[in-house]
Design a protein around this ligand. Structure first.
Ligand code: NAD
Length: 475
């Protein structure tokens, strides 16, 4: 059993009310531990801790911050295996994927270790010639980092590393499904000796601590990753104190295969982009548009590959795909498939819940899907590959853009002109051309429209935690 407590002032604390909630392994339904169900009193202490540490962290030499971040990367990698095992046990993904999530998270610390010494402003000529004008970048202040369960390790790192590099102290609030891996990250970070109060952790019921955290006037930044519906609540809550907000929200990614593409590459791309983490990825394709000429070939090859996916407990060496996070997730996927079948689509592979222990839904390929079906309209967040047919380029770009979301889009083609037109026309924050996994540490990740505000990763990621101050001197 693993127990997670709140972390502040550089120490672990039980909640004031002594309440806890339990955490379940989605592959076995066994209880694996529990975490503090914090209340607003605990939250106050956690925020106080971040505020107290704020000024000296903001003024600390960037080089020192960089060294600490580099040490954090190293400490994470030294504990990669233990972290990965816990991640799989709590979230369900295969051990191979969990190891790669841990390494991905560590790389954010490494990248932002370098970035911490590259934060600078500009000088500019004044129009009148009688002034000197310059800007400096200053840390925005105490930052609340609210993260989802699907990449519960990496999503914390992707926010925490740039925030610390910028000189901000942080309060982390992980998802209630995955508090244990968050606490384990904090245990690893203890080895790095960050000043007390620099990083703080609170776990519990989001409806109790979420609005109080977002609406607290001491919090100057909320960096949120999660669903669009909760993103809207965050934005509303942040209005009270005009708190800066970054939102990484849900998606409805099209994956477009033109008939000049390599069918083999495209199918490998779908396997990587759709079935990783059992399809529970914000950038997972939700609609696979296949040009009529290659539709049969894509369906055959994809069905073949999906049939061979080994489903099981992620801790088993040969499991390639694990369970969904909980019962509601399985219900939602089953409902989307039922809706499609009722309206004329056909299941080529899978299409069923795996009965017994754990929250498994079998990997599925479904053909004859229409734009109006739930599978194409809503984020399914499960291992279902829906195939839709198109004829012309203009038609498919129009259909792909027919969604309030705008996170990621994928295009498979060998035609350079078409690739360029796709990158221009598709209204998505990330466009992968013959690339199914564009979420790179060094690239600005984020969405357009209802998929969010702001960017994470790359140089732009650190800007989210900085403000520009401008100084004008007359002479
Ligand atoms: P969620 O919105 O239910 O929860 C996300 C976080 O918000 C959790 O920590 C939760 O406890 C917290 N929360 C819930 N209600 C809150 C409130 N009222 N105030 C403050 N915090 C609150 O999302 P989820 O189910 O954990 O994650 C899945 C969603 O996340 C999907 O829609 C997925 O697309 C999205 N996601 C997006 C990205 C991205 O980079 N854009 C990455 C991963 C996941």
């Amino acid at each position: 059993m693993i127990d997670a407590q709140c972390y502040y002032e550089g120490r672990w604390h039980e909640g004031r009310q002594g309440r806890r909630f339990s955490v379940e392994n989605p592959a076995t339904n066994a209880t694996i531990g529990s975490a503090v169900a914090a209340g607003v009193e605990d939250l106050d202490l956690v925020i106080q801790s971040a505020v107290r540490a704020g000024a000296s962290w903001a003024e600390s030499p960037p080089e020192r911050r960089g060294r600490l971040l580099q040490a954090a990367c190293q400490a994470i990698m030294e504990n990669q295996e233990d972290l990965a095992r816990l991640l799989t046990t709590e979230e369900g993904k295969s051990l191979r994927e969990a190891r790669s999530e841990v390494a991905y998270g560590a790389r954010f610390f490494e990248y932002y270790a370098g970035e911490s010494v590259r934060i600078f402003g500009d000088t500019m000529p004044s129009a009148s010639g009688s002034r000197s004008i310059w800007t400096v970048k200053v840390p925005i202040g105490v930052s609340a980092l609210i993260t989802p369960w699907n990449y519960p390790f990496a999503m914390i790192c992707r926010k925490m590393a740039p925030a610390l590099a910028a000189g901000c102290t942080v309060v982390v609030k992980p998802a209630e499904q995955t508090p244990l891996i968050a606490a384990q990250l904090f245990r690893v970070l203890e080895k790095v000796n960050l000043p007390p109060g620099t990083v703080n952790l609170i776990t519990g019921d989001p409806e109790i601590i979420g609005p109080a955290l977002v609406g607290d006037s001491r919090i100057r930044k909320v960096s949120f990753t999660g669903s669009t519906s909760v993103g809207r609540l965050i934005l509303r809550g942040a209005a009270a104190n005009i708190t800066s907000v970054s939102l990484e929200l849900g998606g409805n990614a099209p994956f477009i295969i033109f008939d000049d593409a390599s069918v083999e590459d495209a199918v490998n791309g779908i396997m990587a982009c759709k079935f990783r983490n059992a399809g529970q990825i914000c950038v997972a394709t939700n609609r696979i548009y296949v040009q009529r000429g290659v539709a049969a070939a894509v369906q055959d090859r994809l069905s073949e590959a999906v049939q061979h996916l080994r489903v099981g407990n992620g801790l088993d060496d040969d499991a390639q795909m694990g369970p969904l996070i909980n019962r509601e997730a399985v219900k939602k996927v089953a409902q989307h498939v039922a809706d499609a079948v009722q309206r004329g689509a056909t299941v080529a592979v899978g299409g069923e819940v795996r009965e017994g222990v754990g929250f498994f839904y079998m990997p599925t390929v479904i053909a004859g899907v229409q734009d109006t079906m739930q599978l194409a309209q809503e984020e399914t967040f499960g291992p279902v590959a829906p195939l839709l047919i198109f004829d012309a380029e203009e038609e498919v770009f129009g259909r792909a853009n027919q969604t309030p979301y705008g996170l990621a889009a994928y295009v498979y083609t060998r035609d350079l002109g078409r690739a360029m037109r796709a990158s221009k026309t598709l209204e998505f924050g990330m466009v992968g051309i013959n690339d199914p996994v564009p979420s790179l540490v060094e690239a600005p990740i984020g969405g357009l429209k209802a998929s969010g505000l702001g960017r994470e990763g790359g140089h732009e990621g650190v800007l989210e935690f900085l403000e520009t101050k401008y100084v004008s001197t007359r002479f």
